[in-house]
Write a protein that binds this ligand. Structure first.
Ligand code: PMP
Ligand code: GLN
Length: 375
């Protein structure tokens, strides 16, 4: 018996492995390759020698929870209770899985907006829920007619990823208002806000669910220090949710991981005193602009990128191959790895799109672009 009969290795593992095997420049899986902030390294070196190596409290190190509460207040003006409304997780992935499995039961329907991040559907399936995939518009804005039509009496949750992986689209206040109008009619529907790219937006400021008071009492928000502090391998993030939902999430969390590794919790708690998140968007905007300008004369057509560290391109001027085939060809013949966009859909599409990660050193982006301009 398989709980996930249709799932095998994730596309991120597949493409990174293929890139390594063939010595290609890896712009596929989303992780930075530039050096860590020296201040984070210095704190790490000091912390590792301290007496911090045993379990932290189940929900997280109190000093880290306090720092996150201060950050949430500063960024979004929301006051959160560190004892009852917060949980440190082993990355957003575990936060998302735990949330869905704590709050979704057999037969409950969960709306997932396509293209969608790969961990949502399996998290729903393991919990016995029913994923209902709802396509975004062609320009990747939410289609509220389709969302409303997809709602049934069994709908228990909607997952909203904003800023959006893979498309780099960000929600406007009108989008939030439209969702609020729909959800007013359906008080049973919870919202899971995946905001792991909250600190990476370019064209307009990120609007967080933290600021949407109408939805606060039914929304769980997932954040990731992997993304916001450039330490994806540390696997640390956090959830914020109202107490009645968080109680249930904690029940599952304590049997899944109990508590998250103490070293990164202590280190990040101290680093949060010095780090300035407003630098993150600025730094990535420069990388986006560089990558876009380097590809300007290539045969790839660049889609708008308003946030995240992903650039979506259309290759229809280059090849008629499907995107999985083309992504493999790009590694084997041209030495650059990307993610095919069709894997983010339930129904494979023929849109011929790839996603490149530009969270890379300028040298890496220049070297990759040189190859891509030859394609
Ligand atoms: N959600 C989205 C949209 C992502 O792109 C990722 C990948 N970082 C995650 C969740 C998982 O985050 P983490 O690495 O913290 O588990
Ligand atoms: N979130 C990362 C991406 O979109 C991948 C994370 C993972 O490999 N599971 O590339």
């Amino acid at each position: 018996m398989s709980k996930l009969p249709n799932n095998s290795a994730s596309i991120f593992s597949v493409m990174s492995q293929l890139a390594n095997q063939h010595g290609a420049i890896n712009l596929s899986q989303g992780f930075p390759n530039f050096p860590e902030d020296e201040r984070l390294l210095q704190i790490s070196e000091r912390i590792i020698r301290e007496n911090i190596h045993q379990y932290t409290p189940m929900a997280g190190l109190p000093s880290l929870l306090e720092k996150i509460a201060l950050l949430t207040q500063k960024q979004y003006g929301r006051t959160v209770n560190t004892n009852t409304e917060m949980l440190i997780t082993a990355g957003a992935t575990q936060g998302i899985f735990t949330t869905i499995n704590a709050l979704i039961g057999a037969g409950d329907e969960v709306l997932i907006l396509d293209p969608s991040y790969d961990s949502y559907e399996p998290s729903v399936l393991v919990g016995g829920g029913i994923p209902v995939r709802v396509a975004l518009n062609e320009d990747y804005t939410p289609n509220f007619n389709r969302i409303e039509e997809a709602i049934t009496h069994k709908t228990k949750m909607i997952v909203v990823n904003n800023p959006h992986n893979p498309t780099g689209k960000i929600w406007t206040s009108q989008d939030f208002e439209a969702l609020e109008t729909i959800l007013e009619k359906h008080p049973q529907i919870l919202v899971l806000g995946d905001e792991v790219y909250e600190y990476i937006t370019f064209s307009q400021p990120h609007i967080s669910f933290h600021t949407r008071e109408k939805l606060n009492q039914r929304t769980i928000i997932a954040s990731s220090f992997g993304k916001s502090l450039h330490v994806t391998g540390w696997k640390i993030g956090y959830l914020i949710a109202p107490e009645h939902l968080m109680q249930e999430i904690k029940k599952i969390h304590q049997f899944l991981v109990f508590s998250v590794n103490s070293f990164s919790q202590h280190t990040i708690a101290q680093y949060l005193e010095v780090v300035d998140f407003s630098e993150v968007s600025r730094m990535y905007q420069k990388k986006r602009d560089l990558f876009q300008s380097l590809l300007k004369d290539s045969r790839f057509e660049l889609m708008p990128c308003d946030g995240t560290y992903f650039q979506v391109v259309n290759y229809k001027n280059i090849s008629t191959a499907n995107d999985v085939e083309f992504a493999k060809e790009l590694i084997l013949k041209h030495g650059v790895a990307a993610i095919p966009i069709s894997v983010f859909y339930k129904e494979a599409t023929d849109r011929q799109m790839l996603r490149f990660c530009f969270a890379k050193t300028d040298e890496t982006l220049i070297a990759a672009a040189q190859k891509l301009c030859q394609v």
